[in-house]
Design a protein around this ligand. Structure first.
Ligand code: SIN
Ligand code: FE
Length: 300
């Protein structure tokens, strides 16, 4: 198994040696930004608490998620004695990681949109999931209920596990693989027509919980499934195995870099949506690549 691989990641080292815009550019081009230690406050008591959460008990579900905008915790039952503590650990992780990312990637300024965060207490190796839900198959991320309209999905992870690495596969970035895949295969997403999209907008406008998806969002959901279904892509797309060691932290645009998690237990993650207008290298954004590949405007 390969150790941490500099060909797919930029190691920030003890402190950033490059201007912030350079890190934004590297991320947008598909590199992982790697920190050997967590670069924001993450107390030892919080780590110990998270590691004490046992996957076998009925106390915890698959993933625990936290929604910063509404301060809502999901995935821990209401009666659990650990609920309050889990809530405060997630709240702190979310705000500390968000403050860090806002400073480290300063060119994104006030345009970073804070999305959900999650705690992943299950061992990833050997999970019994349906094909489209499997995390050990290469895919790009897309959220069925949270369309981005061309905005990018940026995630920061922490491997909380003190003794085992989190093992990923990482593929070539979107602007590299997508044109080749599209040329070699008949990709045929089913877009709802303009009328369908207009109807969803009206429904959402009167408060119905209907996601208003753009062509881009529909394509990305389709691509997520298509990549997992493609044996050829899984085997022959040149993905590399990378080990994220105990206690490390990393950032990556998971909408653009095909990724899979092969093993590992106890990760924390915070997601951001970065709007197209905030990007420093917008031409490699999946929405731009798709627009030039298909010749169609995708973001509405
Ligand atoms: C994923 O986004 O596919 C999962 C990554 C992880 O949990 O390590
Ligand atoms: Fe993913």
């Amino acid at each position: 198994m390969a150790a941490f691989d500099p060909a797919v990641a930029v190691d920030v080292g003890a402190s950033p040696s490059q201007p912030a815009a350079w890190y934004c550019d590297q991320l947008e081009r598909g590199k992982v930004i790697f920190f050997g230690n967590v670069p924001f406050d993450f107390p030892q008591e919080d780590r110990t608490f998270l590691l004490a959460q046992k996957q076998t008990g009925s106390r915890l579900h698959k993933n625990i998620s936290y929604r910063p905008a509404s301060d809502a915790l999901n995935g821990v039952s209401a009666g659990s004695p650990d609920r309050e503590r889990m809530h405060s650990v997630m709240r702190k992780f979310s705000s500390e990681s968000a403050n860090f990312v806002a400073g480290f990637l300063a060119p994104y300024g006030g345009m970073l949109k804070l999305d959900f965060s999650s705690f992943r207490p299950l061992e990833e190796q050997g999970r019994d999931l349906s094909l489209h839900k499997r995390n050990d198959l290469l895919h790009v991320d897309a959220f069925p209920s949270r369309p981005t309209h061309g905005g990018r999905i940026l995630r920061i992870f922490v491997n909380v596990n003190p003794s085992a690495g989190r093992v990923w596969k990482l593929g070539k970035p979107f602007h590299d693989f997508l044109p080749k895949v599209a040329q070699a295969n008949r990709l045929s997403p089913t877009y709802r027509g303009a009328a369908g999209r207009a109807l969803a907008r009206v429904a959402a406008g009167v408060g119905l919980p209907v996601p208003v998806r753009s062509r881009y969002d529909e394509f990305m959901l389709y691509l997520h499934d298509w990549l997992k279904e493609s044996d050829d892509f899984q085997k022959n797309s040149g993905a590399r195995e990378v080990v994220f060691p105990p206690g490390c932290c990393w950032m990556v645009y998971t909408d653009g870099v095909p990724h899979a998690v092969l093993s590992g237990q106890y990760a924390l993650e915070q997601t951001f949506i970065v709007p197209r207008a905030a990007l420093v290298t917008a031409e490699v954004a999946p929405v731009s690549v798709l627009e030039s590949t298909t010749g169609t405007a995708m973001a509405s």
